[in-house]
Design a protein around this ligand. Structure first.
Ligand SMILES: *Cc1c(COP(=O)(O)O)cnc(C)c1O
Length: 219
C-alpha cells in the first residue's frame, strides 16, 4: 500500500525534484516500508519524534525537520538532522549555529517565508530576510549554510491563488540568489508543495516536495 502510493508519487516527479516523505505521527513500520521501497528522505515536524525514529531506523536516512522549530529543541537533533526547513528568525539561526559548532558540523537550513494569506503560518517576509542576511551578526555564523527557501501555500481550493503564492516564493528565491548567493552553488532549493498541491508546486519551480498523506494515508 505505502510502496504503491510512493511509486505513484515518484513516477510523476522530475529527476531534479527531491521527494521528502512526511512521516509525522506514522509508526516505524510505515517508515520502514517506504525505506524498503527506496525512499531515503523523510520529514518530521516534531524534534522528539524525529530523534526517536532516527534511533531505530537505518542510519542512511536523511532527516528533514519541516515544521515550526523552537530554539530549545535544536540541540537534540544537531548531530544528525540533514536539513532544517523552518528557519524564520535570527535567534533560531544563532542557536542552530551554536549547536552545530558543538558537534563540528555545518548545518544546512532553509529560510521559511510567509507566502499564504492566512495569519497563522510562520515565516519571514523578504524585507526581514534581507535585514537578516545583511547583518554583521549573520556573517559571523560559520556553522550554518543557507541552501534556499521554504513556504506553505494557503489552505484553499483556489489553484490560481496557490500558484501565485508559489510564484511569490520563487521570486523571493531569485532575489536572494541574485543579491546574496550569486556564486553559491548550494543555494538552490525551493521547498514547496504538499500532497494536495505538489504538482502545481513543481510546475512553478519547486525543487523539494514534502508529501505526507498521499504516501502514508491520512493522519
Ligand atoms: C504535514 C506537513 C506536510 C505534508 O502534508 P500532507 O498534506 O500530508 O502532504 C508538508 N509540510 C509541512 C510543513 C507539514 O507540516
Amino acid at each position: 500500500m505505502i510502496q504503491t502510493q510512493l511509486r505513484e508519487v515518484q513516477a510523476t516527479l522530475p529527476e531534479s525534484v527531491t521527494l521528502i516523505a512526511v512521516s509525522k505521527t506514522k509508526p516505524l513500520a510505515a517508515l520502514q516500508e517506504a525505506y524498503n521501497a527506496g525512499q531515503r528522505h523523510f520529514g518530521e515536524n516534531k524534534v522528539q519524534e524525529m530523534v526517536e525514529k532516527a534511533q531505530q531506523l537505518p542510519s542512511d536516512i536523511k532527516w528533514h525537520l519541516i515544521g515550526h522549530l523552537q530554539t530549545n529543541k535544536v540541540k537534540y537533533m544537531a548531530a544528525f538532522v540533514h536539513l532544517i526547513h523552518g528557519v524564520d528568525s535570527f535567534k533560531l539561526l544563532q542557536e542552530i549555529n551554536k549547536q552545530a559548532l558543538k558537534v563540528d558540523r555545518v548545518q544546512d537550513v532553509l529560510l521559511q517565508f510567509h507566502i499564504a494569506t492566512e495569519e497563522t503560518k510562520f515565516g519571514l517576509d523578504l524585507r526581514e530576510a534581507i535585514a537578516l542576511l545583511r547583518s554583521s551578526d549573520f556573517i559571523e555564523l560559520k556553522n550554518v549554510r543557507i541552501c534556499g527557501v521554504m513556504g506553505m501555500a494557503s489552505f484553499t481550493e483556489d489553484q490560481q491563488q496557490i500558484a501565485q503564492e508559489f510564484q511569490s516564493l520563487v521570486a523571493i528565491f531569485q532575489e536572494l540568489k541574485h543579491t546574496f548567493f550569486p556564486s553559491c552553488e548550494w543555494f538552490k532549493e525551493i521547498s514547496m508543495g504538499m500532497s494536495g498541491d505538489y504538482q502545481l508546486a513543481i510546475a512553478n519551480g519547486s525543487t523539494m516536495v514534502r508529501v505526507g498523506s498521499k504516501i502514508f494515508g491520512s493522519r
